[in-house]
Design a protein around this ligand. Sequence first.
Ligand code: PSV
Ligand code: MN
Length: 422
Amino acid sequence: MNLNKQRVAEENALALPTHQDQWDSFRSLQSYSDTFWDRCIQQLSAMQIAIPSWALGTGGTRFGRFPGGGEPRNLEEKLADVGVLHALNGHCGAISLHIPWDIPENTNHIRQIAEELGVTFDAVNSNTFQDQADQTHSYKFGSLSHTDTAVREQAIAHNQEVIDYGKAIGSKAITVWLSDGANFPGQQHFRRAFERTLDSLQKIYGHLPDDWQMLVEYKPYEPNFYSTVIQDWGSSLLLASKLGSKALSLVDLGHHLPNTNIEQVVSRLMMEGKLGGFHFNDSKYGDDDLTVGSIKPYQLFLIFLELLEGMENQSLAWMIDASHNVKDPLEDLMQSVEAILIAYAQALLVDREALYQAQDDNDVVMCQEIIQHAFRTDVRPLLAEVRYRVGAALRPLVLYRKLQVRQTLINDRGAEALATGL
Ligand code: PSV
Ligand code: MN
């Protein structure tokens, strides 16, 4: 489905008077200058969040899957879905591919489709957590950390191949997430497993083009439930530091044990110049992959507050890594993107000079007042204004439903159409 600008503009014309009132009254309640708002709008418009190619279908749990129909059946259709999102909200101008779930076979054709939709290729992801049909060695007991050299070599070759696919489509980074680890105490020699992983990653790192990055993702458990080789930001940072300047840590919000102070982790990684990217999602208990901002919006805001300490000086890979098992995936992704933009906008509203002063004065009460004043501001008129200025929809979800996008996709692709992924 191709959503044209004309249709978006027609809908915006209907919603414009209400938006204008809301935008005017929003600004009248704030004490910022027009220059501040212009800068804010420019920063927010630049925010592009990659959509993972595997999140466009209905996700499932190990107990089942309840697909809603019309899922994209190939990479071309996945790109088309990202194009719809981008036309609606103006913030989804990138896609992240997971190999081999989404192999870009005809790269020129794929690049051309993406270009027409204004979509670029974000980090490519390797997969050594599943065995593929044509694979010689199994990853049952690990991949890059495996005790057997032949298994490690196979996993290294796969990652190098993923880089080659990425080069062909114009990606600039590979994200490595390892499920390697142990299910039981005593099963794995911690140090040897780590050293083997480092050695494998060095071989993949050696295959990186000069202008590429390697993003090292960490996760404390699952599918290994006793230990993982890259279990936390400490191990990720250690690997990234040993590998070199092109290797950075990647923070997936769902990959922390309950109550971890993720904003502090972000601050530390940024301080070391080693924060490379984010996988956004939300969770109540574990790696729940729920809609961003649906459970802990305050945490998200606090993360952005830390990010503002340095994100302007480095380019970070932003991606949503969620799985939607009851919602329409496109609606869910729109909600996630909106939540990210809300947190970012609220963080931009924080009077940081006043905050630093209050911190230096140990005025604990004022510190809280300053940040919560921003957090409690309803920034949605600002975000609508940002979308309006880039030609996206004032009300993306309303327009999505009005256009009956899901029904159109079901008509085009069928009620049984299934996407690749988890
Ligand atoms: C693992 O849980 C993970 O967060 C990694 O980023 C994977 O590549 C992705 O999810 C797969 O859905
Ligand atoms: Mn992830």
